[in-house]
Design a protein around this ligand. Sequence first.
Ligand code: CMC
Length: 424
Amino acid sequence: MDNAKLILNGQEYEFPTFAGSEGEVGIDFAALRSQTKAISYDPGYGNTGSCSSAITFINGEKGILRYRGYPIEQVAENASFVEVCYLLIYGDLPNREQLESFQHDLTYHTMIHEDMKKFFEGFPPSAHPMAILASMVISLSAYYPGANDPENIDLNIVRLLAKIKTLAAFAYKKSIGQPYVYPRNDLSYTADFMHMMFAVPAEPYQVPDVLERALNLLLILHADHEQNCSTSTVRMVGSSQADLFASIGAGICALWGPLHGGANQQVIQMLEMIQADGGDYQKYINMAKDKDSGFRLFGFGHRVYKNFDPRARILKQSADEVLGALGVKDPLLAIAKNLEEITLKDEYFVERKLYPNVDFYSGIIYRAMGIPTDMFTVLFALGRLPGWIAQWKEMRDDPKTRINRPRQIYTGATERSFVPLNKR
Ligand code: CMC
């Protein structure tokens, strides 16, 4: 491939180009500033590649998503979440022995230090579970010092994957004032989480198969999505050589925002508002189109997908199946489908290529499963964890990694003399 040429102030500069395995082209601007004294300006990094990565491929124009080369549709149909964790983190599908050993490790590291229960007691009952989850994940660093030592990395990966569901379920139990339910080693990853969420000491609890399957699907669909806001945060924090727990804790905070993982909670609140307004869809569509309203249709639009989000397609179908199997009739499902139909014909959304994203139908499934609204983003975090870990590990092992440190174009005051307070 030819070099790229840039003409600046009449002078020509050349920059090397390279292509990825799917033909995507990059221009290597690493020497841009040293050669030209100029920097590239790209707020929101819409055109900026911060790394090369072999984990996840997305073609937003065609609606393609693949984990390590495997189409998301095939992974969602056939895999267990634990298998997907292994695939993303270690690069290939595990054989039976590798899977059993990994599953065993994830089962026998689920307990948290008893002292950590005191942390939960310190939070007010109204605390958002994302605040608790982020704090708890970072706190794991205090219990496993030396987390950055190469010989501890694999063990800490297992610890984090195993313990995060215990931390998430404890955060929920704390918020409703029920006793914590300890993990059980005879249950699968997903069933164990549901058990810790919904079991109470007074009676036996059997996790319904449909819930286990639905959670497995949801976690798989959220497992990685290349360089999104939270993943880039994990890589950025990790680039300073902060340890795994600190880097992932930062990623959890980034995920929390309503434009990212927090959108699933916002979608349900928006659908409830439409319901309370007697199904006045147009009012909300008009508000979303009005830039002064500050309102957006949550669960719509995506930086990368300009066709459809394949995860939303799978979830729309799954919403019908899960609600049917659970015998749940949720009027919000019909409202969501109507909203989608009307929106997809609206010129504003068509022109801007805005389609439902992963957050649009996930909340309806979580609701049917009995998950409270403010736990939705926590479930997103549980699903995204293997992706964050895989990306953190790849960043760490990449010899090209340097501390992430973007530049800026300064637009403030030029030099002026300081005036002491008594003279101002
Ligand atoms: N409702 C109304 N208008 C929208 C929406 C929306 N949901 N999304 C984008 N637009 C408009 C936007 O106003 C802009 O219009 P114009 O060209 O006239 O200025 C145009 O579409 C392009 O949008 P953008 O904000 O420049 O796009 P972005 O790539 O910076 O933002 C996004 C992507 C996902 C943050 C945005 O689409 C959005 O805010 N969506 C709602 C929140 C949401 O559902 N987030 C979940 C994303 S998927 C899961 C995840 O990653 O967490």
